[in-house]
Design a protein around this ligand. Structure first.
Ligand SMILES: Cc1cc2nc3c(=O)[nH]c(=O)nc-3n(C[C@H](O)[C@H](O)[C@H](O)COP(=O)(O)OP(=O)(O)OC[C@H]3O[C@@H](n4cnc5c(N)ncnc54)[C@H](O)[C@@H]3O)c2cc1C
Length: 307
């Protein structure tokens, strides 16, 4: 057997991959996370804006499943999550240092290679080979955690075996982060006809001196903006922001979400093939979103241990 054969390779360092690594690290010595971005976090993502910061993916956690409730309890005790009130009798959990601190905490102590896009996976003589460009990693078990469309296309171009995987439809839209003054009374979370989501990250509880905003544009408007060149898109977006009472806008940064989140999903809970030790988890399973990611990771964890 090759000396550098890992026990488990997890592709993707979002909440599902990092939670799985967190659970597995008691049982396995040699786990590796491979992540395409420069930092871990996936859609629990935070970026600097001026001297402050903004969550620009998932803004809060509102746990429903037993598995996520118990993780939230742990993270709350570690001060990584804080309960806030966002409406009459409505409480959710935010991360005061940014949502990406959650996957980063869960994956502590696990080696992770970042900036590494997995473009092919193959299996020979009972061992998985994972290709990142011309470099290969090897592993006994292979876990994929990306949105299911990306997983399906990776499997299709890599493997001859056919697997029955669930389907999932994701919303796609633009998100913008920026510093601004807003000439109206504010709520932590708000919306308008032209902005499906407005979040003041400072009011939400992120440690910011200034008002740093995250706004999402409705899918239909986003698809119109997608057709514009970068300069016209920025101009149009600034105009919309001005019309929504944002002034003196600075550090504007725009991100397109191809797979933001799915709604009203109720898929199978996870995927695990015992013969090949291929597991798939993430928010394409179960009820989706962070609950689906955690429930499916937990199921895959149990399947890995059951052998
Ligand atoms: C704007 C927005 C708002 C949201 N609001 C909420 C909310 O209110 N409540 C809620 O519960 N959820 C919300 N979500 C959804 C939630 O963020 C996701 O469901 C959850 O973070 C998914 O985690 P994951 O680990 O399954 O996937 P991801 O976080 O997407 O992790 C997968 C990782 O795989 C990496 N990757 C992909 N392809 C490759 C490759 N080929 N090689 C290597 N790495 C790869 C990605 O970079 C990523 O880091 C929101 C999402 C967005 C974008």
């Amino acid at each position: 057997m090759k000396s550098s054969v890992h026990d488990v390779i997890i592709v993707g360092g979002g909440i599902s991959g990092s939670y799985l690594a967190f659970k597995l690290k008691e049982e396995f010595q040699d786990i590796l996370i491979i992540e395409k971005s420069k930092v871990l976090g996936g859609r629990l993502c935070t970026k600097p804006v001026g001297y402050g910061m903004a969550d620009y993916g998932c803004q809060y956690i509102n746990p429903k499943s037993e598995e996520l409730i118990s993780l939230v309890h742990l993270l709350n005790k570690k001060s990584l999550l804080k309960r806030i009130e966002i409406g009459p009798k409505k409480h959710v959990y935010i991360s005061p240092y940014g949502m990406n601190k959650i996957p980063q905490y869960l994956s502590l102590g696990i080696p992770a290679v970042t900036n590494s896009f997995v473009n092919k996976i193959t299996r020979k003589s009972g061992i998985w080979e994972v290709q990142v460009g011309s470099f290969s990693y090897f592993s006994k078990r292979m876990i994929l955690t990306m949105p299911i469309k990306q997983i399906s296309s990776l499997i299709e171009k890599s493997l001859s075996a056919e697997y029955t995987l669930p389907t999932s439809n994701y919303e796609e839209f633009f998100t913008a982060t920026f510093l601004a003054h807003r000439a109206c009374s504010e709520k932590i979370f708000d919306n308008s006809d032209s902005l499906s989501w407005i979040c003041n990250n400072k009011l939400k509880g992120l440690h910011n001196n200034e008002n740093v905003y995250t706004v999402n544009f409705p899918p239909q408007l986003s698809s119109n903006y997608k057709k514009l060149d970068v300069e016209s898109r920025e101009k149009t977006i600034e105009e919309i922001l001005n019309r929504n009472s944002f002034n003196n806008i600075k550090n504007l940064s725009i991100h397109y979400w191809k797979h933001a989140f799915s709604t009203k999903q109720d898929n199978v809970s996870h995927f695990f093939d015992e013969n090949t030790q291929l597991g798939i988890c993430g928010d394409s399973f179960s009820v989706g979103q962070v609950d689906g990611a955690i429930v499916s990771s937990n199921k895959v964890y149990r399947k890995i241990l059951s052998k």
